[in-house]
Design a protein around this ligand. Structure first.
Ligand code: HEC
Ligand code: HEC
Length: 509
């Protein structure tokens, strides 16, 4: 009876929290309620019990409990949501000479969130979170080693400078795809039955026209372009706190088994860029595991390279030498600046530009970044969810979507999140799902599934996978092939009730 009443209380308290759309609920759950540890997706110190539209923007309890950290968190949040401007001395100045977007929130909506699938590549469209990647099709996993373009391609510029690519020349095309089962489940039901896109699957290709490219000697016909969408920022502090040893051990375990053998990220040398952990670490962030720690990670870098806002330690522009050369020889640029080519080139390539952001602001930004909490799981005691959970564990999903990890012993940047048992549902390794036209992300990191169930509430859509080709959970699973072919087939052969139960479980984590 005691068990029943505590379950009842859990259900009651969680539904009250769900109904309330503000910040007051801050993760306080009544003491008498005993929740299983799986509710604490981000561990006791990294989870908030908020499932409203603000679920991805909360501070972890680890931050909340320390007023000084909380103050930094709020200062950092402002740096992530303000659009940077070009004017000097305006607080958020320093945008340009070239850039990708003006703020984090432009691509990571609702702070930790994720953009939506779009039909047109327009960086003014707040739904569009795509990064454009130009790469060598014979080496899809490698960052573009190009004298022309930066790794993340810039399509915006502050006059008189010009963008390396004119966005109007970027053509996104969505194609129909029919799988070997005619887009039907084993029971004959079409995929996504009951939606306007019933029985269809779609995937994108990207073309960039030669005349949209600033560099006249760059031959686009020898290159390929693809798009990658945002993943999510919440919880990345906890992923950072997993030790390299544990990550390497997971990799070794997978190598020792005959299936789903993930690829570990390359060792990245962080000496000089990471004040807490200098030295080499295996990549674990981004779809291609190109970044190893948060301090030299996609967010710390984005603050500089998405906007080209300089700071102490990053006192140079994110541009190529070729870009500086072409701009310095451009007659319009020379005329507007009233400068000769050499001076323009030297200024653009200077390694000693004045920092546009203070070190204090940067440090506050990192407290925010590291301290974004994971929303707690919901409804885990529900019977259908329990059934779905068993299906997830028994049909091969956990081979890659490893349910839990324990963060390292003394995580120096934020000690309070050490030794936390967390439930991200990822192995942080890369796998080949053999997708049609995967672009650069052919061998892709297993995406963490935590918090995803709230995407509809937070961002108003359920688009998934690295290029957002999946319009719901069903499609995300149905695009699994290659190493994950068997689990996908298991799903395809399930009864409708079982498919629904599995998805209900995914929605609840
Ligand atoms: C142009 C849109 C865009 C902007 C603006 C942007 N990001 Fe991202 N972000 C992405 C994309 C796309 C990915 C996935 C990239 C990939 O794997 O290639 C990503 C990945 C990340 C990740 C990795 C998450 C993970 O699980 O590995 C973090 C963290 C992140 N971004 C933080 C930030 C922060 C902080 C800012 C602001 C300083 C920012 N981003 C600005 C597009 C953007
Ligand atoms: C071989 C490893 C592997 C297995 C097994 C696997 N997945 Fe995945 N999963 C991935 C990878 C890799 C991605 C990211 C693919 C991409 O974005 O292109 C992913 C992405 C997803 C996503 C989309 C997440 C997002 O937010 O974009 C869902 C949902 C998902 N998997 C569910 C499942 C389920 C359910 C199963 C079992 C039926 C399963 N996966 C089995 C590797 C795997």
């Amino acid at each position: 009876m005691k068990k029943f009443s505590s379950l009842f209380l859990v259900v009651m308290s969680l539904s009250v929290i769900t109904a309330c759309d503000d910040d007051i609920d801050k993760g306080k759950i009544p003491d008498e309620v005993e929740l299983s540890e799986e509710y604490y997706t981000g561990g006791k110190m990294g989870t908030v019990f908020v499932s409203s539209s603000k679920a991805y923007k909360q501070a972890m309890p680890a931050i909340d409990q320390d007023p000084a950290l909380f103050q930094q968190f709020m200062r950092g949040e402002r740096l992530s949501d303000k659009s940077f401007v070009t004017n000097e001395g305006m607080g958020y100045s320093g945008l340009g000479p070239v850039y990708i977007r003006k703020s984090c929130i432009a691509c990571h909506p609702s702070y930790g969130g994720r953009g939506q699938r779009v039909e047109t590549f327009d960086t003014n469209d707040s739904k569009n979170s795509y990064l454009l990647m130009i790469y060598d099709p014979s080496k899809p996993g490698l960052p573009l080693a190009s004298q022309y373009f930066t790794g993340m391609t810039q399509t915006r510029a502050v006059g008189p400078f010009k963008a390396p690519i004119d966005e109007h020349g970027i053509q996104l095309t969505w194609h129909q795809y029919v799988d070997e089962h005619g887009n039907k489940y084993a029971d004959g039901t079409p995929y996504s039955a009951g939606t306007s896109y019933e029985g269809t699957l779609i995937y994108p290709t990207v073309a960039v026209s030669q005349d949209a490219i600033l560099f006249k000697d760059f031959d686009m016909s020898k290159h390929a372009a693809s798009i990658e969408a945002t993943i999510g920022i919440y919880g990345t502090g906890l992923l950072d706190a997993i030790s390299d040893e544990d990550l390497r051990a997971e990799h070794q375990t997978q190598q020792a088994r005959g299936y789903c053998q993930g690829v570990i990220g390359n060792d990245i040398d962080e000496t000089g860029l990471n004040p807490y952990y200098p030295g080499k670490h295996p990549g674990r962030f981004t779809y291609l595991c190109t970044r190893a720690t948060l301090d030299n990670g996609p967010g710390a870098n984005a603050l500089w390279n998405i906007t080209n806002v300089t700071r102490p330690g990053r006192t140079y522009n994110y541009i190529t030498e070729e870009y500086a050369r072409v701009m310095s020889e451009d007659k319009d640029v020379q005329a507007t600046l009233g400068q000769a080519a050499k001076q323009i080139f030297d200024d653009l390539m200077s390694k000693a530009l004045t920092p546009e952001m203070t070190q204090e602001d940067y440090e506050a930004f990192m407290v925010w970044h590291r301290g974004l909490a994971v929303p707690a799981a919901r409804n885990l005691d529900d019977e259908t969810v329990q059934k779905g959970r068993a299906l997830f564990y028994n049909n091969g999903c956990t081979a890659c979507h490893r349910p839990s990890w324990t963060t390292r012993n003394n995580y120096k940047p934020l000690p309070a999140i050490s030794n936390q048992k967390i439930y991200p549902y990822t192995d942080l390794l890369r796998h080949d799902l053999d997708m049609k036209e995967p672009g650069r992300a052919k061998i892709c990191r297993t995406t963490p599934l935590w918090g995803r169930g709230l995407m509809k509430v937070v961002s108003g859509h359920g688009d998934m996978l690295h290029d957002l080709r999946a319009r719901n959970y069903e499609e995300a699973i149905l695009w699994h092939g290659g190493e994950a072919k068997q689990p996908k087939e298991n799903f395809r052969k399930m009864s409708k009730e079982d498919r629904t139960a599995l998805i209900r479980f995914l929605e609840s984590i």
